[in-house]
Design a protein around this ligand. Structure first.
Ligand SMILES: C[S@@+](CC[C@H](N)C(=O)[O-])C[C@H]1O[C@@H](n2cnc3c(N)ncnc32)[C@H](O)[C@@H]1O
Length: 285
């Protein structure tokens, strides 16, 4: 039941300063995909809380209810939006726990903060930042949650691996995505109408369709949690180190890139760790 929250000092360098945003400075520093998301969901905020979108709260609460959260624990909610999962998480961990919600859309964060204030939740904090690169220390949360957010990352596998890095040993990572056929039959009608009006916009932004099955989500967990980069840690922390250290820096970089690229391209996610135990019992006579 650790509650090792990152300090503000550690978080701030990677997060976006509102003053700078006002001057448009940091917007330029955001990658294109993040800018698009920030603009899209900042605009969507004016409809986000309508009754016809009550599914945000339903599935946020549904995600949290499946977690083994205990009072006093720390939770990180990445792509937290208006707090659909962060608020139930804050209730679950109680006043002794802590929830940090991070999102790029300031208007949604304002809604989230207003809900937390209305409920007088003392243990929840919302910050604007890029969920993909928070700069938070490894293993610092009992639970990391991402509801309907993972598919916005250009490198979903990398994002899942980053989330996993933030989970403490014994902690939990919860990723929720949409299932197949989202909003059908209206979805198909919407896109056909768009195609008629502006063909270049046809399915130009629908990343949620990229990961819609339990198998795909399980594969994301399996692939990311055993990221090839982990093998390089094994290399550097074991007897392979002698070989690596015998190379100059350029050669080491080439070797690392070569090995990790091959592991990735062959979809290698598990490594053998067989052990041969020897045991001899000495006779008494
Ligand atoms: C579909 S909404 C879901 C929000 C919330 N989790 C919920 O279930 O209501 C996706 C959210 O992800 C946020 N988002 C997407 N990519 C992000 C990123 N790289 N960093 C921070 N927030 C991001 C968007 O701003 C948006 O609020």
């Amino acid at each position: 039941m650790g509650s090792s929250m990152a300090s503000d000092e550690l978080l701030e360098p990677e997060l976006l300063e509102p003053e700078l945003l006002e001057h448009g400075l940091l917007e330029h520093g955001l990658p294109e995909h993040a800018l698009r998301v920030a603009r899209t969901y900042s605009a969507a905020a004016d409809h986000y809380a309508l009754g016809s979108l009550s599914f945000w709260n339903r599935f946020g609460a549904g995600t949290v209810s499946r977690l083994p959260l205990q009072p006093g624990q720390s939770v990180l909610d990445l792509c937290c939006g208006a707090g659909a999962s962060a608020i139930p998480a804050a209730r679950a961990v109680g006043p002794g726990g802590h929830v940090l919600g991070i999102d790029l859309a300031e208007p949604l964060l304002e809604q989230a903060s207003a809900k937390a204030a209305a409920e007088r939740l003392p243990n929840i904090e919302f910050r604007r930042g890029n969920a993909i690169s928070t700069g938070l220390p490894a293993a610092s949360f009992d639970a990391v949650v991402c509801v309907f957010g993972v598919f916005f990352a250009p490198d979903m596998a990398g994002f899942a691996a980053e989330m996993w890095r933030l989970v403490r040993p014994g902690g939990v990572l919860a990723i929720t995505t949409w299932g197949p056929g989202l909003f059908e039959p209206a979805n198909a009608i919407f896109w056909e109408s768009v195609r008629g009006l502006a063909p270049s916009l046809y399915k130009s932004f629908n990343p949620w369709d990229e990961i819609t099955t339990p198998e795909a989500l399980a594969a994301l967990y399996a692939r990311d949690l055993t990221s090839p980069a982990r093998f390089w840690d094994v290399v550097l922390g074991s007897g392979y180190r002698a070989t690596v250290d015998a190379l100059d820096q350029d050669q080491q970089d080439v070797l690392r890139e070569d090995v990790l690229t091959k592991l990735s391209s062959r979809s290698i996610s598990t490594l053998r760790t067989d052990v041969v135990f020897g045991r001899a019992i000495r006779r008494t006579e």
